[in-house]
Design a protein around this ligand. Structure first.
Ligand code: NAD
Ligand code: APR
Length: 234
């Protein structure tokens, strides 16, 4: 059985990283257009660097929670290659929670990309206009390796193939407001998958979810993983 798990900001909330659309949302009172668009970066690169520098520093202080670790156990206990984690999150908490391979469709905060030569490098420090690209030596050409509004998410071809062969699709902690990720449940269902949503809020974010479990990911994801492993682990 092939399982595709889609995660959003909600799965990292209990690690101490705020979600985007909550009252104390991650945008910190900034306008999204100012800090999460190519136009905002062109207008004021230093402001955008500082926004992501704060998020990067925070990420280095937090730890994966029980939900990330449960997904790590699922990948270990299930048949190799049959669990795919697709995340909209730019943190590295899935990796640190033990998931061997994670598709980061919105990029990674701990990487920088050179806008001149395109090379992607590890980045754990602050970025600024004075940062120098280790590959081409250019100055003021590095940007966070994240997907901004108006840009095309990464790995969409591979994700489409995984959705096509999915038998079970599970969305965890995502508001279902941002496309294309918001459409994955419909694609998986059309391809014949069973669909499950785990979210703090009751009600469900799409009619294409066949089952909805409402509560904290840190509690519900370990329960769901133990259920699955008890019934069908490899
Ligand atoms: P979209 O379908 O993702 O956006 C639909 C509309 O909703 C847009 O007009 C957008 O401005 C608005 N919107 C979405 N989230 C919002 C928010 N938090 N506050 C206010 N308005 C919001 O299409 P798009 O704009 O082309 O986005 C392209 C991709 O970039 C998406 O996949 C998105 O998730 C991604 N993205 C990633 C990051 C990141 O930090 N990793 C940040 C922004 C966008
Ligand atoms: N357990 C489970 N779900 C939770 C928890 C929790 N502890 N805390 C919050 N949630 C749920 C909320 O109910 C909400 O539905 O997580 C969801 C978080 O939604 P958003 O903040 O909108 O995050 P996300 O869906 O990941 O946003 C998608 O939008 O801003 C862009 O690119 C950015 O990747 C992001 C994308």
């Amino acid at each position: 059985m092939n399982i595709v798990v889609l995660t959003g900001a909600g799965i990292s909330a209990e690690s101490g990283i705020p979600v985007f659309r909550g009252a104390d949302g991650l945008w910190e009172g900034h306008r999204v257009e100012d800090v999460a668009t190519p136009e905002g970066f062109a207008r004021d690169p230093q402001r955008v660097h500082e926004f992501y520098n704060r998020r990067r520093a925070k990420l280095l202080e937090v730890e994966p929670n029980a939900a990330h670790r449960a997904l790590g156990r699922l990948a270990l206990g299930w048949r190799r290659g049959q669990v795919t984690v697709v995340t909209q999150n730019i943190d590295d908490l899935h990796e640190r929670g033990g998931s061997p391979e994670v598709i980061h469709m919105h990029g990674e905060l701990l990487k920088a990309r050179c806008t001149h030569c395109g090379v992607v490098t590890a980045c754990r420090e602050d970025l600024s206009r004075a940062s120098i690209c280790a590959s081409c030596g250019g100055i003021d050409c590095l940007r966070p390796h994240v997907v901004w509004f108006g840009e095309i998410p990464f790995h969409l071809g591979r994700i489409e193939r995984e959705l096509d062969r999915a038998d079970l699709f599970v969305a965890i902690g995502t508001s279902g407001r941002v496309y294309p990720a918001a459409g994955f449940v419909s694609a998986a269902r059309a391809a014949g998958a069973r669909t499950l949503e785990i979210n703090l809020e009751p009600g469900g974010t799409s009619p294409d979810f066949m089952e909805h479990r409402s509560g904290a990911a840190g509690t519900l994801v370990p329960e769901w993983v133990e259920e699955l492993l008890a019934h069908g682990g490899a």
